[in-house]
Write a protein that binds this ligand. Structure first.
Ligand code: MF3
Ligand code: CO
Ligand code: CO
Length: 264
């Protein structure tokens, strides 16, 4: 599959889908507290997307090859869960860290973003992991410009987190996005400078590093979706949808409540 260059009309619609996605994460933030179940967070997000945004939650019934249809509208990945955690009736508890991953379809176009949330007061180790993961996303984002390479993005992320003693998950990556949820190219969160696809203005893809406090290994649970660290270490992830512009990048999933870009 070749990598599409979005038209100005596509880009305008991707800005709308991206902003709505960020706004779902803003909306849900005050509800992420000890005692709430991930099913309740899922329902709140579902109803907000459908009723307030007239959008479609892309994960619901999403069925890539080899997977059973995803049963919920968002992904909720707690503590040692890496990604694709399926909402359920377990309540969040003080000290948890949880990733909420939201994908909104509006006028056929997709926005995809995720953030970490603190439930009460997580350990200093848990907060450090989340902060480093947020910084690693921005190291990746700041490598984006026409003429740069996908390998530059992966290298920027990997070379930031590994000296901190963390590891990069290899099995899942960022992805092109537009009229489809997952398009070419694959955006690896590790790599070597000046390798891989050369970036051009008009490309749109996600960057979504999954960073483990321990070893890189993962396994999938019996529900067919939830991915956890093999060593049960904590894992964190942040995701933005990014446009390559003539001069660098534009973050399409930014919203009023997005955490501010870190000073790096
Ligand atoms: N939102 C995830 C991503 O960033 C994909 C979730 S697929 C689902 O690519 F089916 F689990 F929702
Ligand atoms: Co994504
Ligand atoms: Co996502």
């Amino acid at each position: 599959m070749s990598v599409s260059i979005k038209t100005p009309q596509d880009i305008e619609k991707m800005r709308i889908a991206g902003r709505l996605t960020g706004e779902v994460l803003d909306y849900i933030t005050p509800f992420v507290k000890a005692g709430v179940t991930t099913n309740e967070l899922d329902k709140l997000c579902h109803d907000y997307i459908v009723d307030m945004q007239q959008g479609i939650p892309a994960p619901l019934n999403y069925a890539p090859q080899g997977h059973t249809p995803y049963p919920k509208s968002i992904c909720t990945s707690i503590n040692h869960q890496v990604c694709h955690g399926v909402p359920g009736d377990k309540a969040l508890k003080n000290g948890d860290i949880v990733n909420l991953d939201v994908t909104v379809i509006k006028n056929g176009y997709h926005g995809d973003s995720s953030r970490m949330f603190y439930v009460g007061e997580p350990s200093i180790q848990a907060r450090r992991l989340c902060e480093a993961t947020w910084q690693s996303l921005w190291h990746g984002i700041r490598a984006v410009k026409p003429g740069a390479y996908l390998g530059d993005i992966g290298h920027a992320i990997q070379s930031f987190v590994e000296p901190l003693g963390y590891s990069v998950v290899r099995e899942f990556c960022g992805h092109g996005i537009g009229l489809h949820f997952h398009e070419a190219p694959q955006v690896l969160h590790y790599g070597r400078p000046k390798t891989g696809l050369r970036l051009e203005a008009g490309m749109i893809f996600t960057i979504e590093p999954m960073i483990n406090a321990g070893k890189t290994g993962i396994k999938q649970l019996g529900d067919g979706w939830t991915v956890v660290t093999k060593d049960h270490s904590l894992s964190a992830q942040y995701e933005h949808t990014i446009l390559v512009t003539d001069t660098g990048f534009e973050v399409l999933t930014a919203s009023d409540g997005s955490p501010p870009p870190p000073a790096l």
